[in-house]
Design a protein around this ligand. Structure first.
Ligand SMILES: [Fe+2]
Ligand SMILES: [Fe+2]
Length: 352
């Protein structure tokens, strides 16, 4: 005997929830809507349908389907589209055309959730308008969307001496929060807890850094047997957590050590990041590390080593209720493989 439980992630104003599912043999339905994860800025309404074991049945079967307004679709999988490094701006819209092609591909694919893992904006750390335009373009996706910030959205980490970028501050972070909401959050899907964090707070003494560290420890400790997936702008390292180099490319050693320690014994099984503008999927120290490429541009070999594939596109993750996971790099037809060398001076004032 299993029981159907519905809960909603967001119901837009005026919308009427409906679903077409009839409980099958051996199922009982609990109708109604609970809202454990109300996310007010999500732009699409969606209901989640979960088949949970009843008290007496001992049935291990778990299943999830999505019920959208006007269409009913069964799925056993939580499909998360990870976009990254969109670098959007209305003033300097160099990467908007590629973004819109990605949006069309996402609309056709209809994942359960789109997550942008940072550098959402071209220069949101300095230009509020870039954050506003990035938000407007994300609202147009028409699917549930959540974001975390990158260095170009809130500023660089405090453990990178000599950087030419402004450092993250309470003020720059507040600007991001105003446009995009929380910069660290977690979301439970069947079998998994997704923990999304602000990599720019992993070093330094901002009050929010302390709050985030507590949040990570709490989210890991209370995961109740779910596997953990970490979403973070910067990759944790290239080949090993023991690396000692201080760079702007990965989470630096001190911050990395504190981050992993915060997870305690509940280490993430999947770590999905952006920032490097390369696609890569590797297994290291018991975790799958997936680097999403930028939707907009690659960084040429003269400026950055080749760690993986220097392509543009996005990554689709499939999180299964039994705790398994897979991902695939999605190449989108028509996307231009733009090279930042052709835009660096105009976009960021960097000489080619
Ligand atoms: Fe980026
Ligand atoms: Fe970045």
């Amino acid at each position: 005997m299993v029981q159907l439980v519905f809960w909603s992630l967001m119901i837009p104003e005026g919308a009427q929830a409906r679903h077409g599912r009839q409980p099958g043999p051996g199922l009982s339905a609990t109708s109604g809507i609970k809202s454990p994860h109300t996310i007010p800025d999500w732009s699409a309404a969606r209901l989640w349908l979960r088949i949970a074991p009843s008290r007496d049945g001992g049935c291990a079967r778990r299943c999830q389907g999505t019920v959208t307004f006007g269409a009913h679709e069964e799925a056993m999988t939580f499909r998360l589209a990870q976009i990254s490094d969109t670098h959007l701006s209305g003033r300097k819209p160099f990467f908007v055309e590629n973004f819109n092609l990605i949006v069309a591909a996402l609309a056709a694919s209809a994942p359960d959730l789109v997550v942008n893992t940072g550098d959402v904006s071209l220069d949101g750390a300095a230009e509020d308008d870039d954050l506003a335009e990035a938000r407007r373009l994300h609202d147009a996706i028409g699917l549930p969307v959540r974001c975390i910030p990158g260095n170009h959205d809130v500023g660089e980490s405090h453990d990178l001496p000599g950087t030419r970028e402004p450092l993250v501050s309470a003020a720059s972070r507040a600007r991001y929060l105003r446009h995009f909401g929380d910069d660290f959050w977690h979301l439970d899907v069947p079998g998994w807890r997704l923990i999304a964090i602000d990599s720019q707070l992993l070093a330094g003494s901002l009050e929010a850094a302390v709050v985030q560290a507590d949040f990570i420890a709490q989210a890991a400790a209370s995961s109740m047997g779910r596997r953990l997936a970490l979403l973070v702008h910067k990759p944790l390292f290239d080949a090993s957590a023991a690396e000692t180099a201080v760079t702007g490319r990965f989470v630096n050693p001190g911050a990395r050590g504190r981050l992993l320690a915060a997870f305690g014994t509940q280490r993430p099984a999947v770590i999905a990041s952006g920032h490097v503008h390369q696609y890569r999927s590797t297994l290291s120290e018991g975790a799958r590390h997936i680097w999403a490429p930028s939707t907009g541009f690659i960084i040429p070999d003269a400026r950055q080593p080749r760690y993986g594939e220097k392509e543009v596109g996005y990554v689709e993750h499939r999180f299964e209720a039994d705790g398994s996971h897979s991902s695939v790099f999605v190449r989108v037809a028509g996307l231009k493989r733009l090279d930042i060398a052709d835009f660096a001076e105009e976009a960021y004032g960097v000489k080619p």
